[in-house]
Design a protein around this ligand. Structure first.
Ligand code: ADP
Ligand code: MG
Length: 242
């Protein structure tokens, strides 16, 4: 589903990704871990065309993003890829239902009734049916993040990207968001998740990628990476977070 080849990415004169290559198979769940500033968000954003490679390429579901202009591919990738951020980014002046229905109506052109129906189905899935006419300001952080997930799913993406989706939440409500994500994984959604939740990575990921200073240091099945890391840097990082 995703092939990243020799990806380098710079902000101005500063290169922050120094040649990343990896693949994500259809239905695979990959967790990316690593210290702050190691390039996790930049890598994830590049998979949605929010950052452009300076060298190398990213191919998603057959569409290639490289250093050059390719508007059609960029639009195709944005349709195929849903993204959920740490800060939920819901539109405060729209109801929950309208937040979810907006992109399907504007981008896919589906009618109001069908968009509402899609929103109802997705809210049931994330356990928030009763909130369809609420405004984002009336939701807890965990509820807002579940709405953000439903909103991303409304475009029926082939891939879902999550950038620290629980980092802004109080500890007691982290679980409700993780369990929605676990449900998605169980349904076979292809997912890339940047997270500090090592329990989630261990339980749900098919593969864990450890990044440091703009490079992939090590990747493997969770039992390998957590149980028997090969690299000294991985061991040092895990020693601090586990
Ligand atoms: P992480 O998500 O692992 O904390 P980031 O991908 O956010 O790391 O950042 C990687 C590096 O790129 C950091 O040194 C950060 O300061 C830098 N960086 C990120 N975004 C920008 C930007 N828009 N402009 C300049 N530098 C940036
Ligand atoms: Mg980040």
């Amino acid at each position: 589903m995703i092939t990243i080849s020799g990806l380098r990415l710079s902000f101005g004169d500063t290169e922050v990704l120094h040649g990343i290559s990896t693949r994500v198979a259809e239905r695979e769940v990959v967790c990316i871990i690593g210290a702050s500033g190691s390039g996790k968000s930049t890598l994830l954003r590049s998979m949605n065309g929010l950052e452009r490679p300076s060298h190398g390429s990213i191919e998603i579901n057959g569409h290639r993003l490289g250093p050059g202009e390719a508007r059609a591919d960029l639009e195709a990738v944005r349709r195929d890829v849903g993204m959920v951020f740490q800060s939920f980014n819901l539109f405060p002046h729209l109801t929950v239902g309208e937040n979810i229905a907006l992109a399907p109506r504007k981008v896919l052109g589906i009618d109001r009734a069908e968009a509402r129906e899609r929103a109802e189905g997705l809210l049931a899935k994330v356990g928030l049916s009763e909130k369809i006419d609420a405004f984002p300001g009336e939701l807890s952080g965990g509820q807002a993040q579940r709405v953000a997930i439903a909103r991303a799913l409304a475009m029926r993406p082939r891939v879902m990207l999550f950038d620290e989706p629980t980092s802004a939440l109080d500890p007691e409500i982290v679980g409700e968001v993780l369990s929605v994500m676990q449900g998605l994984a169980a349904e076979g959604m292809t997912m890339v998740v940047v997270t500090h939740e090592m329990g989630f990575a261990r339980e749900v990921a098919d593969r864990v990628v450890y990044m440091d200073r703009g490079r992939i240091v090590e990747e493997g099945a969770p039992e390998e990476l957590f149980g028997a890391p090969r690299e000294e840097r991985t061991r040092a990082f895990l020693g601090k977070v586990l």
